[in-house]
Design a protein around this ligand. Structure first.
Ligand code: SF4
Length: 227
């Protein structure tokens, strides 16, 4: 466990502060290979000076030790995010969330690809709610299935997009704060993305994409952080 910037493989970063929030990094594994992602494009895992590449995903106690080392006092929120999909470590995420809420953390957010229910074969939204998650930020990234499969290549192909949409719908029925975002790739219609997200019941977030292919966002998770 370590909590200082750019420590690489030997000292994996599981928890890191940015601003007044605490960010938790559970895995470097993704279900998607998004074409705009710095990890995919450049093998770049650094956010805010923290190298988020993990060779081994941490267990509950490793993450909790990191949380305690960085500290929870004064944190406005705790966010599961990073250059990997946090729900791929679902049981760790749920247990850490329970501990965070028991410790008095006001807001726990999960930044996600929205594919957990498809991957697990059941609706995981109630499990997130029961554990105490307060908010979700879901990457939708496309107004249709064909575009999604092109922008976010994945093992499920075009049907992944429907699963993400259904996840957002279920989340919006369950959580008071659900954002769904699209990265502003060249040629992508912002209006079409916004119409989709609003029809799913979520708050829309358009995320800028600069000419170097880096997402212009102050928060981590590269492509997926929301606020
Ligand atoms: S954008 Fe997110 S989901 Fe897509 S490859 Fe990068 S870290 Fe994974």
């Amino acid at each position: 466990m370590a909590t200082t910037p750019s420590q690489g493989d030997r000292h994996p970063v599981h928890a890191y502060p940015l601003g007044d929030a605490l960010y938790l990094n559970l895995t470097s594994a993704c279900t998607l290979a998004c074409v705009f992602c710095p990890k995919i494009r450049d093998r770049d895992f650094v956010v805010g000076g923290f190298d988020l590449r993990l060779v081994h995903p941490p267990g509950v106690e490793q993450v909790w030790d990191a949380v305690r080392a960085v500290g929870l006092e004064g944190r406005s929120e705790v966010v599961f995010t990073g250059f990997g999909e946090p729900t791929r470590r679902l049981q760790v995420l749920l247990e850490i969330t329970r501990r965070l809420k028991a410790a008095g953390v006001r807001r726990v957010r999960v930044d996600t690809d929205g594919l957990a229910s498809l991957r697990e074969g059941r609706d995981v939204v109630p499990e997130l709610a029961l554990a105490g998650v307060d908010a979700l930020s879901v990457s939708v990234n496309a107004p249709d299935a064909v575009t999604y499969a092109r922008v976010c290549p994945n093992p499920y192909g075009e049907r992944a997009w429907s699963a993400v949409c259904e996840f957002v719908r279920a989340a919006a029925r369950t959580f008071p704060d659900v954002a769904a975002s699209c990265v502003g790739m060249p040629g992508l219609s912002r209006d079409a993305c916004e119409r989709l997200v609003l029809s799913l019941g979520a708050r829309f977030r358009w995320r800028p994409y600069d000419r170097l292919g880096r997402v212009d966002d102050e928060a981590p998770s590269g492509p997926r952080s929301d606020s």
